[in-house]
Design a protein around this ligand. Structure first.
Ligand SMILES: *Cc1c(COP(=O)(O)O)cnc(C)c1O
Length: 264
């Protein structure tokens, strides 16, 4: 087991904590079955296989090259036929073709412009997939300069664009990363509150079903809080796979400015 990390035990513990959070939700949120996306960025493909062997099926990557490399691993292809990949990083348009061709790509969570949506729509059409590609619109709820995602007030326009002009894409919901340093003792995370508000506004404006429109929010340090507030998709990395060493070079070359903590 790499780095002495017991992935099966960590997975079990996160799933148990998710279940406890589920049971603490108000009645109107209890229909949601939150999904765990295991975030394996910067971690070796062996950890993906180990987690898969323990029953995990949804995995998230946010560097294009890492996703391409891991998803093409021959042993992974043989041993992990039911893997579901989520792309959760900043997607540049010149990488769209490569990412969308990844076998078992399940969802792109980070649509943040009409141009990117159009590029994904066109690429998916060329690939002649029988089903639409699930996407989320990424919102920069904290409006931090170094984060990707559209501002709250642009969310409706982008969601409407996906619905009206991208027939190959299925608008699955909304995603936020949010500020890292929110102190939960001071009350609910405003990023989550904003995302919930955006979802409600867009659902009523576009007549989307609020019961099936998803919220991707919550990471290692706040996934339980996110679930209690209605998250349907939590993205957990370091709690499962150990702290990451920040890969400065990789982040710069890929233009990925997702905030990283070097220690956990
Ligand atoms: C790295 C990352 C995560 C996981 O972060 P942890 O704090 O390690 O759980 C989740 N979402 C995104 C977009 C990320 O880049």
């Amino acid at each position: 087991m790499a780095d002495n990390i017991d992935i099966c035990r960590n997975l079990k513990s996160v799933l148990e904590r998710m279940a406890v959070a589920c049971s603490a939700r108000p009645k109107e949120l209890q229909h949601i079955q939150p999904r765990l996306v295991a975030v394996t960025k910067t971690k070796p493909v062996s950890m993906v296989k180990d987690a898969y062997a323990c029953g995990q099926r949804h995995f998230g990557e946010n560097y294009v090259n890492e996703l391409l490399e891991k998803s093409a691993d021959q042993e992974l292809i043989e041993k992990c036929p039911e893997i579901h990949w989520h792309f959760i990083g900043h997607l540049q348009r010149n990488k769209v073709n490569k990412v969308l061709a990844v076998p078992n790509l399940y969802m792109v969570e980070t649509i943040d412009s009409e141009k990117l949506a159009s590029a994904c729509n066109a690429a998916w059409e060329r690939l002649e997939n029988p089903h639409r590609l699930k996407v989320m619109v990424q919102i920069n709820t904290s409006e931090e300069k170094n984060k990707h995602g559209v501002r709250a007030k642009e969310a409706l326009d982008l969601a409407a664009f996906v619905r009206n002009h991208c027939p190959q894409l299925e608008l699955a919901g909304f995603m936020t990363i949010g500020a890292f340093d929110h102190d939960l003792s001071k009350g609910p995370n405003p990023d989550f509150q904003n995302l919930i508000k955006i979802k409600d506004t867009v659902c009523s404006a576009l007549k989307l079903d609020p019961l099936t429109t998803e919220l991707s929010m919550g990471m290692s340090n706040d996934f339980e809080h996110a679930i209690i507030n209605g998250s349907s998709n939590v993205r957990v990395g370091s709690t499962l796979f150990g702290a990451r060493v920040v890969k400065k070079a990789l982040e710069t070359t890929q233009g990925n400015e997702t905030s990283e903590k070097s220690t956990n």
